[in-house]
Design a binder for this molecule. Structure first.
Ligand SMILES: [Mg+2]
Length: 276
């Protein structure tokens, strides 16, 4: 025989893996951004909010390192310190980052509109809810309590610090699947507001949904977005949607409130034999 038959999963979705900041809480993904700016400021290096947001989604220490490698930041660091930013500097900034982030996390813990309604729908369909994050376990202990007080309690949470590497590597997603006891990975979908967050799901062999409006890509609260001139609002949203699409997201929606019809569409595609 010169051929073989191919096995395809045609069952339904079994779990949704949700990101935290910018996806289910902290509209605009502000909490980490403000603290990255502060830790660099303490080293005498002013960074812009765009620079602070560029590596968003990564493990927070990796994020600090990646900011230091942005050419404009590297240049400024050299001017101020007379040498490049080294690993010891990254380590020092991360040590300062942790308490600062813990101090302000609760200020940015309000749920993004639609989170509770969407999670109720997800559960009604018998799917599990897992989650991944660039925050550390210590930060997540605090955030999970804040979220629970607001009615949001995912079945599983995996932090970047619990796996060999964070986003865009797939390990947090795979660890969620293991903890939830769910396979194959085609039966899971990842929802995230950052490019590395979408990529981690795709790298895990999952469906990927990008959120254009509520997270790091636009980087503004709902009120700030409403206050933009219509052309500027559209320009920012179009840019976000394009970047998400180019990363490979199967779907790009504005926020978690639009997720339920996407789940139905993925189920239709799975039943027809399509793979992520
Ligand atoms: Mg996020």
């Amino acid at each position: 025989m010169s051929f073989r038959y191919q096995r395809t999963y045609t069952g339904p979705l079994q779990a949704v893996l949700l990101d935290w900041a910018g996806t289910t809480m902290d509209y605009g993904c502000y909490a980490p951004a403000v603290v990255f700016i502060e830790v660099y400021k303490r080293q005498g290096v002013e960074i812009t909010v765009e620079q602070a947001r560029e590596p968003m989604g990564a493990h927070k220490k990796v994020h600090i390192r990646q900011i230091s490698r942005i050419p404009a930041v590297a240049k400024r660091w050299q001017e101020v310190h007379g040498r490049p930013c080294e690993e010891a500097d990254v380590e020092k900034m991360f040590q300062e980052f942790v308490p600062l982030q813990l101090d302000c996390l609760a200020d940015y813990a309000d749920l993004i509109p639609g989170t509770l309604e969407t999670c109720a729908e997800i559960r009604k369909r018998g799917l599990k809810i897992g989650s991944t994050t660039g925050y550390t376990t210590e930060m997540m202990d605090l955030l999970r309590k804040e979220a629970a007080q607001r009615g949001y309690e995912p079945d599983s949470t995996v932090c970047a610090s619990e796996v060999p590497a964070g986003r865009p590597e797939p390990w947090m997603c795979l660890e969620n699947a293991r903890r939830l006891g769910i396979y194959p990975m085609a039966a899971l979908v990842k929802v995230d507001d950052t490019l590395p967050g979408v990529e981690e799901g795709l790298n895990a062999g999952m469906w990927g949904v990008g959120l254009a409006k509520t997270g790091n890509e636009v980087g503004l609260t709902a009120q700030e977005i409403d206050a933009l001139a219509p052309e500027e609002r559209e320009r920012r949203l179009t840019r976000a949607r394009t970047r998400m699409r180019q990363t490979g997201a199967h779907y790009v929606i504005d926020g978690i409130w639009d997720l339920v019809p996407v789940l139905d569409d993925i189920n239709r595609r799975l039943a027809a034999g399509e793979r992520p």
